[in-house]
Design a protein around this ligand. Sequence first.
Ligand SMILES: *Cc1c(COP(=O)(O)O)cnc(C)c1O
Length: 727
Amino acid sequence: MPALACCVDAAVATPPSQAFIWDGIVPTPESFPASGVSLLTNTTITTAPANAWSPTHSSMLYRVDGWGAPYFSVNSSGNVSVRPYGADTLAHQEIDLIKVVKKASDPKASGGLGLQLPLIVRFSDVLNNRLQSLQSAFDFAIQSQAYGAHYQGVYPVKCNQDRFVVEDIVKFGSGFRFGLEAGSKPELLLAMSCLCKGSSEALLVCNGFKDAEYISLALVARKLHLNTVIVLEQEEELDIVINISRQLRVRPVIGLRAKLRTKHSGHFGSTSGEKGKFGLTTTQILRVVKKLEQHGMLDSLELLHFHIGSQIPSTALLADGVREASQIYCELIRLGACMKVIDIGGGLGIDYDGSKSQDSEISVGYSLEDYAYAVVQAVKSVCDRNGVKHPVICSESGRAIVSHHSVLVFEAVSASSYESPVMPSFGLQYLLEQLTDDALADYRNLSAAAIRREYDTCLVYAEQLKQRCVQQFKEGSFGMEQLAAVDGLCELVSKAIGVSDNSRTYHVNLSVFTSIPDFWGIGQLFPIIPIHRLDERPTMRGILSDLTCDSDGKIDKFIGGESSLPLHELEGNGSVNGHGGKYYLGMFLGGAYEEALGGVHNLFGGPSVIRVLQSDGPHSFAITRAVPGPSCADVLRVMQHEPEVMFETLKHRAEEFADDDDTNGSMSLASGLTRSFNNMPYLLCSASCSLTAANGNNGYFYCDEDTFASAADSVAAEDEQWSYCVA
Ligand SMILES: *Cc1c(COP(=O)(O)O)cnc(C)c1O
């Protein structure tokens, strides 16, 4: 940007419409441009001319190949495309995300499901693919290193306890004995009931702090022939296990959680190491072994568990931890335990920014295959050295299994407009007359610095001038108009110099606290991109501001170290009430933890959720489940309010105050109130949205799997299947 110098010198060189003219001492207000457009630069976005923009440019700009491969890409229409089978996806199997969103959110009258946004789209095929990929990575590592036992993983349900996610995992994993891990009593209850449909050999690993009730429940699970292991987290749990297993006459299968010396120093590793929150120390492990021996129960000790934290940054650290644990495993065998399984916990990381870096908390420098190879190699080498039979390897990967399958889609409803600097009509001369001598001196110095092209000095004087004027305002010697004029002048200076922040605030129909709690809580970044219009050059930059009345409810940090996101201009004013085109954004890789951690700040509940399968019908996808998000009444109940009573109170009030001759009035007030209780708390972006709730918001639309399977066989049935889903 030629910046201020150009602007200052431009009095002669440039036509007045393209620059403001400054005579160096007193600029005349008329010479300031009416619009600041010519001062706005966007060099940071890209230098590609608008007509040369292609979806490929967007893919590079948003690093989609880095974090999205092999599941997400940008298609030739400029929309995000989902590849349900990862690298094995055929071209005709790709799913256009915007079509899914349209199907889910279109009013029922036009064939949609009438769901309100925000929306979580679960791609079950992606979930399946993640599970299969993890299993094959271990199978391959085991085969290629001639390891003497198999891998059988468990899914830690705390990452996402959604019924359909857990049920899918049990179903998809039953062919290879995939199990579940629970860390609390309700998690154990759900794991028990889900595993009734799983493989009989699947493990049910019970972690977390336990009381007698938790332990009895786990022992009951063994009676139900679920392959349950009670992992001792604290030494005191052992006495309870011994007593209750005698009472219930069940042989317990016991595991130990070891506190390793190996320490993962990242954010998620703060619980690892000798001072970590979890697990038994070496001394405690020895005492547990001794006590089991005294009770003749040492043969019940079968599993060794550890967890050095989530997002393990490198395979070097991983291998270090696994070697330490393997040595403990071998020692336990030497002490007489009938060890069978080594459970390496979670920690398999996700590359949220696609940078493949080992020293970032949001990236990892290894693949699934590298991870599995390192684990198998470490266990094998230690066991071979000790002459110990290779154990079954179990892992508790949560993040790595569920992150990819879920996409959060939300709408940007408005954007703060670009405010071009304005100088008021009453004239600069009048303003200058009101300045104190000091302020006037600042103004002169500012002008002189501009002529000398000393831009930093300009900024210093502009800031000083502003401060003095604010002071004058506080003292009452300055009006609002003058203060606004000074703001305009300072803004003009920074724009001309090119230091002003051109980014806009996009208001999104979302709660960060509910849907991206880790951004607020621990500053975790997720890839966020527009899911359509990617064939257009994004001409703006913006931060995202959510609906909550909380200053933390904004997203102003993005992957790649960016403090704003390249975005497209909203069409048709983009205002809530306008009829402009909609602008949809997607947050990716948020399938783990975000749904489970989200709260109801400002009483915004969770999003609507749909489950999508690839289908060979004309739409290439089918929505097999749809659950509207919690209504206002639902979130009110969370805080012990009683929507029914509230409604009655308000209805009586409406009747009381209705005009005598206006019974219709009070009835329509009441029906308006009903709608408000039944709708989701989020903004209704079009009249159609309200149809959702008016039609009942209290169930989910369900298309059962068998019906889906048979319908999918015949293309002709596709439409019937839709209507079934919607029914
Ligand atoms: C949270 C947790 C996991 C899951 O960790 P990820 O890094 O998400 O795979 C596994 N095991 C235990 C004990 C956990 O607490």
